[in-house]
Design a protein around this ligand. Structure first.
Ligand SMILES: NC(=O)c1ccc[n+]([C@@H]2O[C@H](COP(=O)([O-])OP(=O)(O)OC[C@H]3O[C@@H](n4cnc5c(N)ncnc54)[C@H](O)[C@@H]3O)[C@@H](O)[C@H]2O)c1
Length: 442
């Protein structure tokens, strides 16, 4: 749906009023289109002495076609900093020394990426590395004009596994992902560099639930754009819309209530018979039945927990019995309500926090099989679901984030496509918020 305020704020009169009155000033975000360069300018690369990632960051950026500078210019499309050399609190000064002189040089929709070490054994180093989170989250809040900041913790041994993550975070694909902490580790699947980064999912089969509209339809489109055959699933009542989405992406449609007792068995049968298995499973289907706890009905509680959580575990268990192929990906869709809680959403927030629990619990199990599980936690995304929210609450939801606007379904879809990428095998157990650095649950 249209953000009328954003349209107004970029008009002649609107721009003047926004400036004079100090109103939120949402910059139209740069979003990905095929063939677009990874960045629309050079990136400045720096690092604390003794860091272990500068070579891999530089190589990944060059492989993505990005011009990498080590001497500052007036303007940069990205600033990348290897902070793994920071082993004491005193050495955090390296952050200040690098970023202070150049932070104003970050261009519109620019990128700041800091890379660190997760949980080092040495206590002083662990303190210093944990401190990076506060730095990045504050930079995210200070950056203007649609620019974002992220922190990537790279486990020792995973230095050569960061390329898919850097490509995603630096590009316009991560437009609405801001101030997130991503972990790249050594426990997950194989990292397979795609023959063609434009179609990294070529030859893969992806199942997307709740795909007839909204975020699910966008996920289907983006995974198909990236080369996957998409099996779009939704309830029979959505059959016509579902068929349109499936046809539009050259995929296939499955009409199924995912909570039905026989749904896992029917899915297994379908996937084996038609596709010989599946590579990517996106649990996107979700519902809300909002009421405060005191007013909630049994049915409202049960339906939300069944669709948004319980059935997903049953489907996972069935697919992990030989249907999800080697290098498989399971991807959940949580919500910032699951992180922060929300009035009138005890059922929904419980289910969405459960999705985060699913990622935590399954990540080590999937790693043993060379597979991964991750989730996205969308904030305010412009869909029919949020269009139904009363105007004032909707307007607050839209603006209460560092980018002063709602995200689009495609922003969630691009994040899912990054998890699904065969080069993202080292990305396991993450829950990345797609929320423009929402103030809720930050
Ligand atoms: N829109 C947002 O701002 C937002 C924010 C956070 C999280 N999310 C989550 O993103 C996901 C998609 O949200 P959306 O806004 O596109 O919602 P939506 O209501 O437009 O789409 C959800 C889809 O799931 C399908 N579905 C519901 N129950 C099903 C079942 N039993 N079996 C199969 N399909 C079923 C619906 O028919 C629908 O097509 C949901 O999990 C939602 O909770 C959305």
């Amino acid at each position: 749906m249209t953000d009328r305020y954003q349209q107004f704020s970029t008009s002649g009169v609107g721009r003047l009023l926004v400036q004079r009155l100090g109103l939120p000033n949402p910059t139209p975000l740069r979003r990905f289109s095929p063939g677009q360069p990874a960045l629309d300018g050079p990136a400045l690369l720096g690092g604390a002495p003794g860091g272990r990632l500068a070579d891999s960051i530089g190589a990944a950026m060059k492989s993505a076609g990005i011009e990498v500078l080590t001497v500052p210019q007036d303007s940069h499309a990205a600033l990348a900093f290897d902070a793994t050399g920071i082993t004491t609190p005193e050495a955090l000064r390296e952050l200040y020394d690098f970023f202070h002189p150049v932070i104003r040089s970050v261009g519109p929709c620019g990128r700041v990426v800091v890379l660190g070490t997760p949980h080092p054994a040495d206590p002083r180093e662990a303190v210093a590395q944990r401190a990076l989170e506060g730095f990045v989250r504050s930079v995210g809040k200070e950056l203007k004009r649609g620019a974002t900041a992220q922190l990537v913790y790279v486990e020792p041994g995973a230095e050569d596994k960061v390329e898919s993550t850097l490509r995603f975070l630096l590009s316009a694909k991560s437009a609405y992902v801001d101030a997130q902490v991503v972990r790249v580790g050594t426990h997950g699947g194989d990292v397979t560099v795609p023959d063609d980064w434009a179609v990294p999912l070529a030859g893969k089969v992806a199942l997307v639930t709740g795909a007839s509209r909204g975020i699910g339809a966008a996920i289907a489109e983006v995974l198909a754009r990236d080369g996957a055959h998409v099996i779009a699933l939704d309830i029979p009542a959505q059959g016509a819309d579902l068929a349109a989405v499936a046809n539009g992406v050259g995929g296939s449609a499955v009409q199924l209530d995912i909570t039905a007792a026989d749904a896992p068995a029917r899915l297994v049968e379908h996937l084996k018979a038609r596709h010989g298995g599946v590579d990517i499973v996106v649990h996107n289907a979700g519902i809300t039945r909002d009421k405060t706890l005191a007013k909630m009905t049994d049915g409202g509680w049960d339906a939300v927990l069944a669709v948004n959580l319980a059935c997903q575990l049953k489907v996972n268990d069935a697919l992990l019995d030989g249907v999800l192929r080697a290098g498989g990906r399971i991807i959940g869709v949580s919500s910032i309500a699951g992180v922060a809680g929300n009035v009138g959403q005890t059922n929904y927030a419980t289910s969405k926090a459960g999705v985060i629990g699913m990622v935590d619990a399954y990540a080590p199990l999937l790693a043993e099989r060379g597979m991964t599980i991750n989730a996205v936690a969308p904030g305010f995304i412009e869909t029919t679901m949020t269009a139904a929210v009363p105007l004032v609450i909707r307007e607050v939801g839209r603006r209460m984030n560092s980018l002063s606007q709602g995200g689009l379904p495609v922003d969630v879809a691009e994040t899912i496509a990054w998890y699904a990428n065969p080069a993202s095998g080292a990305v396991n157990g993450n829950v990345v918020r797609v929320c423009g650095q929402s103030l809720l649950g930050a």
